[in-house]
Design a binder for this molecule. Structure first.
Ligand code: CP
Length: 336
């Protein structure tokens, strides 16, 4: 049984099939691939796009979605094996995942890191526990990667460039300022999918402390060997933007400061100038700009960039609906 926890677990041919299926769902949004099927959407964190697009995607394919927020409208869950459960949690993942799997055909989970200890967060404990105990496929709705966003981003780029072959495109993933340290998931995912698709990828971030986890750098390096792209890190804004075909922006907290965010804040505050603006975009090869959203205007990117015809963030957000239908249909199809 295959889960959708990371795109890295799926072959390039399988990803191409998902993207082709998503493009077909965009042409023909309604179907019966999930008729009589259901999905549990388990949210430990807020969402606008993910929740809406999964609920509507299931509906459009004839299925049904149940949304649960453990600790709010469902019981708090314990994840530690062998725990003496005399704290807040009322039930253990060993029961939660197996019970849900008796009811539904797919389980999807959003569980952000706790931002206290990266060595703990990088184990992706919540998602992995669902996958271990579930007897139906599990989908990652964003934990320490965001694979559904990756597919939506990839489809938007393929649409924009009018080809599924993105090799040779100069792709810049730029860190941007945000008043709070954010999850590294979308940044990890952007590196993963951009290198997988054979683009020439630059990770632009303020200082070496903002370089992403070695696991994802390793995936990027492995991917370019297979895809023929390239991967490098830069701290030079002008040099990184010059000639770029794609600028993808995201803010994230620096891993060495996990749990010590008050010490990271002055470092982050000193790099507000990483905002994506018209001057930086003017250095590019008329690049397309995108962001996973939500985005704080005039903090991460200016109004002018967001309102430019080169901004495809709304197309990318729409594509969440179509790629997720492709993922759900594929996962349900393997059980048929
Ligand atoms: N990009 C994304 O996942 O959006 P939400 O957090 O609104 O779901």
């Amino acid at each position: 049984m295959k889960h959708f926890l990371n795109t890295q677990d799926w072959s390039r041919a399988e990803l191409d099939t998902l993207l082709a299926s998503a493009a077909e769902f965009k042409r023909q949004p309604v179907g019966a691939q999930l008729r009589g099927k259901s999905i549990a959407l388990v949210f430990f964190n807020p969402s606008l796009r993910t929740r809406t697009s999964f609920e509507l995607g299931a509906f459009q394919l004839g299925g049904h979605a149940v949304v649960l927020a453990p600790g709010k409208d469902a019981w708090p869950i314990e994840f530690a094996p062998g725990a003496v459960m005399d704290g807040e949690a009322e039930e253990h993942i060993a029961e939660v995942a197996r019970v849900l799997a008796r009811y539904v055909d797919l389980i999807a989970v959003r569980a952000f890191p706790r931002f206290r200890d990266w060595t703990e967060d990088r184990e992706d404990t919540v998602l992995r526990a669902f996958a271990r105990h579930s007897t139906v496929p599990v989908i990652n709705l964003e934990t320490i990667t965001h694979p559904c966003q990756e597919l939506a981003h990839a489809l938007a780029l393929q649409e924009h460039f009018g080809t599924t072959d993105l090799r040779g495109k100069k792709y810049v993933l730029t860190w941007t300022y945000h008043p709070r340290p954010l999850n590294t998931a979308v940044a990890n995912s952007a590196l993963t999918i951009a290198t997988r698709l054979g683009m020439d990828v630059t990770l632009l971030c303020p200082t070496p402390e903002y370089i992403l986890d070695e696991r994802y750098l390793g995936w990027a390096r492995d991917n370019v060997v297979e895809s023929g792209g390239s991967f490098r890190v830069s701290h030079d804004i002008a040099e990184a933007y010059r000639g770029a075909d794609v600028v993808y922006a995201k803010s994230w907290g620096a891993i060495p400061y996990f749990g010590r965010w008050e010490e990271e804040k002055p470092v982050r505050d000193a790099h507000r100038h990483f905002i994506v603006d018209e001057a930086k975009m003017a250095l590019t090869n008329d690049a397309v700009f995108s962001h996973c959203l939500p985005l704080r205007r005039n903090v991460k990117a200016t109004d002018a960039v967001m309102d430019s015809p080169r901004c495809i963030a709304i197309d990318e957000a729409e594509n969440r609906l179509h790629v997720q239908k492709a993922v759900m249909a594929a996962l349900v199809g393997q059980q048929a």
